[in-house]
Design a protein around this ligand. Sequence first.
Ligand code: F3S
Length: 105
Amino acid sequence: TYVITEDCIRCKYTDCVEICPVDCFYEGPNMLVINPDECIDCGVCEPECPIGAIKPDNNEPDLQKWLEINRKYAKEWPKITKKIDPMPNAKEYDGVENKYEKFFE
Ligand code: F3S
């Protein structure tokens, strides 16, 4: 599966959602997640994200936290299949560290 990471928080560019052949993106207030049970591992979304927030699951311990966040919220948040405007201050939040602690909700 591919995993959306902390970089997406408060950016939410949504360039990734339309290219997905199985529509497995879900939208929360601050970020998107991928449903790991629906993702077919094609990888087409990874280069679509302008800030590199999408990573392949490579069993890296740090990424496992994000995999579980993606899994959990994909069950709670609505599906998104059409691109929308990025968050208002997306540019400002691009590359900010520790977004999870500061902004995840
Ligand atoms: Fe987020 Fe990048 Fe998609 S910022 S919404 S993972 S295009």
